[in-house]
Design a protein around this ligand. Structure first.
Ligand code: 6GU
Length: 225
């Protein structure tokens, strides 16, 4: 999978993509992530990328030309399955979206800053808009890092233990059951007997039961979906 990201703060994206699972995916050749500095497409001597908004009001808007020029250049090099704009005024990311996107070949992600991008960019170039939750971040970079991590770990071959991506919280709209490791007793706190029983059908049943109970208690909205 190839992921291109357009950003005004490329350094914010360096660290998350050079560690852990995303780094492993890149090293294995399963994911290629290329970051494009929007400033290089800025206008004039000052490389301007934002301007005040028509109609007045506080906050700058990202201008259409620098973004359009950057997107056009990238479009000339490859066909994108999806051009995604990271913005808080969009549907929130969930596991289903991550699953779908992990099957794509080429993805382009645009990250916004300030008041966001000129609406005409969204109208013309964007095929999908994603928020990562109901709160506001300074910019879309951290949100893009979250999205890329969620997608890349699902690419076949990225996670060694194939099973583990499938048993994640949310994969079946349920939270994960509690987990334990050694020691079996710590300061009087014991691991549930069933997990030490060796009775695997029973253990599976206990885990499903716990997953359901946890979901009911913490995220009942997931059960309604
Ligand atoms: Cl995608 N961008 C920004 N700036 N804030 C957010 C977000 C995205 N998702 C949640 N909050």
């Amino acid at each position: 999978m190839r992921i291109d990201i357009i950003s005004v703060a490329p350094n914010l994206l360096e660290s998350p993509f050079n560690h852990s699972i995303v780094k492993r995916a890149k090293d294995k050749g399963l994911a290629e992530i290329v970051i494009h500095d929007l400033r290089e497409y800025g206008l004039g001597n000052y490389k301007q990328i934002d301007d005040t908004q028509f109609g007045g009001g506080a906050g700058m808007v990202m201008m259409i030309e620098p973004i359009a020029n950057c997107i056009k250049k990238l479009h000339a090099e490859r066909t994108y399955d999806e051009v995604i704009y990271m913005t808080p005024d969009a549907q929130t990311l969930n596991q289903g979206t991550a699953n779908t996107l992990s099957l794509r070949e080429n993805i382009l992600i645009l990250t916004g800053h300030y008041k966001g991008v000129d609406q005409r960019i969204r109208d013309k170039y964007i095929t999908k808009e994603i928020s990562i939750g109901d709160y506001v971040l300074t910019g879309g970079e951290l949100a893009a890092a979250v999205l890329v991590d969620a997608i890349v770990r699902l690419i076949p071959g990225v996670i060694g233990d194939e099973q583990s991506a499938l048993t994640d919280s949310f994969q079946d709209n349920l939270l994960s059951p509690p987990v334990y490791t050694r020691p079996s007793e710590f300061e009087g706190m014991k691991v549930p007997d069933v997990l030490l029983s060796g009775n695997f059908p029973k253990i599976d049943e206990w885990r499903s039961d716990q997953a359901y109970k946890r979901t009911e208690e913490i995220r009942p909205d997931l059960l309604e979906e």
